[in-house]
Design a protein around this ligand. Structure first.
Ligand code: Y43
Ligand code: MG
Length: 198
């Protein structure tokens, strides 16, 4: 059976990552079970930050580690907030603060120019000095809504409008989001690659 640490402090991510990995019989442990400080996200790409977070957790736990660095790229803002999505509204900000800041940045942007994409990069290190990590990238396209809708999910989900579903990501069930999302796509690639490498 695989044992791994989920190198994230985000409860929404933990729920989504566990939802796919636990049914495979894998023993997944959130890093909150240990008492170490979060990794500093000093990279300039999702890939770099995902590796930094996974390496940090592998160092502190001695276990294989899976990290997720993710965010929202808004075309009208030249890809912002991107890797800065979690800290968009400043240090210690909430999801609601980030949503408010993004909606005000786009207040004069018409619907036709509100395209955005979620990105999720997963990095898996078998140990802290693993020279060949597994890296997977999933993408999900949508539109930034004019106002929040829905209660499910986390982060920017209430303003991520899915034109072909006529709802936001926060109005999807957990299973529907897993099927469509950047994280679901990256996770399915990861499971396939890890199983192929065993
Ligand atoms: O499915 C998603 N639905 C809505 N929002 C999302 C999603 N996926 C990422 N996001 C947003 C949340 C956060 O603003 C940023 C991730 O930032 P990111 O640094 O990777 O995660 P984090 O700081 O929350 O936890 P941690 O670094 O411990 O994994 O993108
Ligand atoms: Mg973070």
């Amino acid at each position: 059976m695989h044992e791994l640490v989920l190198a994230t402090s985000n409860k929404g991510k933990v729920a989504e990552l566990e939802g796919l990995l636990k049914p495979l019989g894998w023993q997944v442990k959130p890093q909150s079970q240990w008492n170490f400080a979060e990794a500093e996200e000093t990279g300039l790409t999702f890939v770099e930050n995902a590796i930094l977070k996974a390496r940090h957790a592998a160092q502190h736990t001695g276990l294989p580690a899976l990290a997720d660095d993710s965010g929202l790229a808004v075309a009208a803002l030249q890809g912002a907030p991107g890797i800065y999505s979690a800290r968009y509204a400043g240090p210690g900000c909430t999801d609601q603060d980030n949503i408010n800041k993004l909606l005000s940045a786009l207040k004069d942007t018409p619907e036709a120019e509100r395209h955005a994409s979620f990105h999720c990069v997963l990095a898996y290190l078998r140990h802290a000095s693993d020279p060949t990590p597994i890296i997977c990238h999933g993408r999900w396209d949508g539109i930034i809504a004019a106002a929040p809708r829905g209660e499910q999910g986390f982060g920017y989900d209430p303003i991520f409008w899915l034109p072909d579903r006529h709802c936001t990501a926060a109005q999807l069930s957990t299973e529907q989001k897993q099927q469509l999302s950047h994280r679901g796509k990256a996770l399915r690639q990861f499971v396939a690659q890890l199983q192929a490498s065993l």
